[in-house]
Design a protein. Sequence first.
Length: 132
Amino acid sequence: EQTFKTAQVPVTPVLISGSQDGPYDLSLASTLEIIVDGLTTRLQVNASNYADLRAATAYEIVRDLNSQSASLAWRTINGGNRVTVFDASNTAEEIQINAGVLQKALGLPVVSVRNIYLYVNGILQSFKGTTE
């Protein structure tokens, strides 16, 4: 086989989910860096978007962070108690969050997450390209 084809795109979206339930203390948190397919997006906590930075809800975080980037999408999960972030275009191959205060507060892992691993002769390949 020379070509990897799928009937639907994307195979599955790349996403990272937080492991901490809210409310969240964001009083010391300021920025969050997310790398999607090698491009870094830096998000900033905007205090005016929260009723109380010491008890921020997952809904407030989603609203704040969604307003800052068209390339990322945030949603609540776990009954509205946690957050998850994914590539808004649904075409990204890899996502990673850099370590920081906000990352830790939300319980977001700092590992690189890929939605598919395709190997040819033991070498990791990209799945991007022509799909049908």
